[in-house]
Design a protein around this ligand. Structure first.
Ligand SMILES: NC(=O)c1ccc[n+]([C@@H]2O[C@H](COP(=O)([O-])OP(=O)(O)OC[C@H]3O[C@@H](n4cnc5c(N)ncnc54)[C@H](O)[C@@H]3O)[C@@H](O)[C@H]2O)c1
Length: 395
């Protein structure tokens, strides 16, 4: 299918500038000329693969952007794709990645399949010269993530992995607070993200699933983004339930981590810790307005900083420091940041050529750290991490 959209160029540039602000792009990145020759319609054509739970949150975001046209949806359970197509008025439906790639042309694949399907799907899309936004992790093995990055380079396209947490205003505020010296030298940090576990799909509990890849990944991304690349890792993981009941498969054997503790050494004396699980009481997050659920704590020699809310959807930052030892709340406004806005963010980056704070190098590093945690659990050893990424993220 050919796009039949025409758009006035001046209006388009005006719209994308407004949208840049709307989707949380730093104002100093705006003003770049849109690369209209690469995208003559002035829109990024998107195909989304994986029409399960999270697609129900991605598609309202994608379809409400004037610079995005959702061209196709795909799922191996094709009824799911048909349902999403009907719900969001998407013209083309496919039952597998091969037919999708051979079908209606699109520029950006949004991969919201189950975690074990990410690498195989991404490996088909990149040689077909599609840019890829992949849910996390982009692959289960570091060698596969490296291959994906090589494939992207060879084919002149990009791959970006979820999550989006480094693009929130609260993340940026924490970076700026640390740089200002207000909390002194940062020495330690703690993050937590858990709930009772997904009840809809069995793969979350099987090989290639687990709470660290699904939930802890947000905290690992936040801490590597805030404190820098990790040098070494120690981890412990347990399975609490022998089996779980899920909607798609009935009773499944639990094979992946359900309860995980990860310690990271960022070098220069800085340690951070992430706890994550599918075995956590989660009533607290429904406690209603006014709650101060801290999930990310950063401690320095002169102060301390706590993120309110989850790092994928923060709602403020509380700080106490020398001379102001009572917590004060800052940066309440989430702006237009959206936890499912990552594909929209990179589509905007594609159109304007503006650099993305989310990078595959960072995603690969996060994957290596998570796999080091699994290896530490398996071997009882402390594991060295080899990869790195451009840090600090800003400037
Ligand atoms: N559900 C959430 O709230 C949520 C939030 C944030 C991130 N995520 C991430 O999004 C991804 C999907 O999660 P979910 O909860 O939507 O899972 P899900 O099981 O509900 O949906 C995954 C869908 O992908 C399809 N699929 C699997 N392999 C495929 C393939 N090779 N080709 C085409 N379709 C394929 C499945 O049939 C299923 O419909 C995961 O990486 C998860 O970590 C989910």
């Amino acid at each position: 299918m050919k796009p039949n959209i025409t758009i006035d160029r001046r209006q388009f540039l005006k719209d994308t500038a407004v949208l840049g602000t709307a989707i949380g792009v730093a104002p100093n990145l705006l003003g770049a000329e849109a690369t209209s020759s690469a995208f003559p319609s002035g829109k990024i054509r998107v195909g989304e693969i994986g029409c399960g739970s999270v697609s129900g949150s991605y598609l309202p975001n994608l379809t409400s952007q004037p610079f995005i046209e959702v061209v196709s949806v795909c799922d191996i359970i094709v009824e799911r794709a048909k349902k999403r197509a009907q719900q969001f008025k998407v013209p083309n439906v496919y039952p597998n990645i091969d037919e999708m790639l051979a079908g209606a042309p699109f520029d950006l694949l949004v991969n919201t399949t189950s975690m074990p399907s990410h690498a195989p799907v991404n490996k088909k899309a990149l040689p077909a010269k599609r840019h890829v936004w992949s849910e996390k992790p982009m692959a289960l093995e570091v060698k596969d993530a490296r291959e994906l990055m090589d494939l992207a380079k060879q084919n002149g396209v990009h791959i970006w992995p979820s999550p989006t947490c480094v693009t929130s205003p609260q993340f940026k505020f924490m970076v700026e607070t640390m740089a200002s010296g207000k909390i002194g030298k940062v020495t330690a940090a703690h993050g937590t993200y858990g709930h009772g576990g997904p009840g809809w799909s069995g793969w979350f509990y099987q090989k290639g699933g687990g709470s660290l890849y699904d939930l802890g990944v947000y905290n690992v991304t936040t801490f590597t983004g805030l404190l820098g690349p990790v040098k070494e890792v120690v981890g412990m993981e347990t399975i609490v339930n022998a089996t779980r009941k899920v909607e798609d498969q009935g009773e499944v054997k639990v094979e992946a981590d359900e309860n995980t503790m990860l310690i990271m050494n960022h070098g220069n004396g800085v340690l951070s810790h992430v706890q994550t699980g599918f075995v956590y009481f989660d009533g607290e997050r429904f406690a209603g307005e006014g709650r101060q659920l801290f999930t990310i704590d950063v401690t320095g020699t002169k102060g301390t900083m706590h993120m309110q809310g989850w790092d994928w959807g923060p709602s403020g930052v509380d700080i106490a420091s020398q001379g102001e030892a009572v917590l004060e709340t800052f940066c309440k406004d989430p702006g237009k940041y959206n936890w499912v806005g990552g594909a929209t963010y990179v589509a905007h980056s594609l159109l304007t050529g503006e650099p993305s704070l989310i990078t595959p190098e960072h995603g690969l590093h996060v994957l290596e750290v998570m796999n080091a945690c699994h290896e530490s659990q398996r071997t009882g050893r402390r594991i060295t991490v080899e990869s790195t990424f451009k840090w600090p993220l800003f400037g």
